[in-house]
Write a protein of this length. Sequence first.
Length: 255
Amino acid sequence: MDEEAARQIEQVIGYKFSNRNLLYKAFTHSSAVDNRFLSNERLEFFGDSVLAVVICQTLFERFPGYLEGDLTKIKSMLVSRRTCAQVAKQLGLQKFLKVGKGMVSSRALSGSLAAGLLEAVIAAIHIDSGYKAAHSFILRIFASLIDQVDAEQAQGNFKSLLQQHAQQQFNATPVYELLDEKGPDHDKCFEAEAVVAEHHFPSAWGTNKKEAEQKAAFNALVELGILEGAFADIEVGLSSVEGRKGEKSSQTQKA
């Protein structure tokens, strides 16, 4: 990596390294070196934990009304490989990653490799300047996703927002259809979908009918472009968690 590329990376991430060797290692994949200790693998390992700590602390402080289960679900989605890859792609980091010849056109560059790269950068910043610098970097690049969680809590009623938009744009009122329910009586999960002007939007799972309808309304708002899609992966992930929970409960009941 030349000096110009290093300068561009520092400009993109908003951080200037005291030790440029950390930056070089963070952007070196194991496929590009003979000795894996010269790659970003160890940094990736460290950065994964730093990211988790910062996100956990942030969620704990910003959402005092969320219980442990809710915080865990949101945290799991925020620090997932998919989300990290998305953030890295938005920053354009993967184009600077040094990889072996066989990996240049690999789809993994925009997936797992991009996610690992972001974690390596986080670790490199932490080692270079400490927790405070890494903390600031993480909050800056994850700001839109965390704000979307905050917006969900503040806005609260996605059904009202969808109804308002549907009436204005389609002269129609949303209808919510219950598609499925699973689990024992004391621990049921429900699947619902929003229908506007005969258009069926992606369904969602909830621990009760109201929650399922709210999440279904959220899915409709994302598809309609009313809410930013950046948080869609997280919300859909939460819905799938509820879905798997329902399936597990159903299996347990049958057993």
